[in-house]
Write a protein that binds this ligand. Structure first.
Ligand SMILES: [Cu+2]
Length: 170
């Protein structure tokens, strides 16, 4: 197994891939996530992982590298804390579970803002269920449309120097 908690300074690991990938989840899907802390680049630290839209159960945590065979056997499935933020321990791991029963687009991130800007963030898109009650509410009737906003902005930006409106915004 790769040793995530090694204090390596391998320069090939300095630059990460930038991406806009998100994770899609089906309505009512049971989700388990294991956050693995790392010591790579001597960057070991705590990470308070925070999820919007949900509380989750922190079912397990431990030191070192997560072992997918043995560590789940030690999960607390009786009375785990239900929270929306929990610490991934330094040189350790955190396992959480939740049921994706709140449709929407939900931000997930480390709550240290500096880490967030380094890329410790992602998004879950939880799909609608089969009923109105299990789906995202429609926008309110007075919500401006994107088209109305973009037209107003375009008109403001397209004034000529002589004050005439440029009609090519459409
Ligand atoms: Cu962090």
């Amino acid at each position: 197994m790769y040793n995530f908690t090694d204090d390596t300074e391998d320069p090939d690991l300095i630059m990460t891939d930038q991406g806009t990938r998100v994770k899609g989840l089906n309505y009512n899907e049971s989700v388990e996530i294991v956050f693995q802390g790392t010591g790579l680049l001597n960057g070991a630290g705590l990470h308070p992982m925070h999820m919007h839209g949900y509380s989750f159960y922190a079912v397990g945590m431990g030191e070192g590298n997560f072992d997918n065979e043995t560590d789940p056997l030690k999960y607390n499935l009786v009375d785990p804390p239900k929270v929306n933020t929990f610490i991934v321990p330094k040189y350790g791991w955190l396992a959480i579970r939740f049921v994706a029963n709140n449709p929407g687009v939900w931000f997930w991130h480390c709550h240290f803002d500096r880490h967030l800007t380094w890329g410790m963030e992602t998004v879950f898109i939880v799909k609608n269920g089969n009923t109105e009650e299990t789906s995202i509410l429609p926008p309110p009737p007075n919500m401006p449309t994107c088209m109305a906003n973009s037209r107003e902005i375009s008109i403001k930006e397209s004034k000529n120097d002589d004050g005439d409106e440029d009609q090519n915004y459409l």
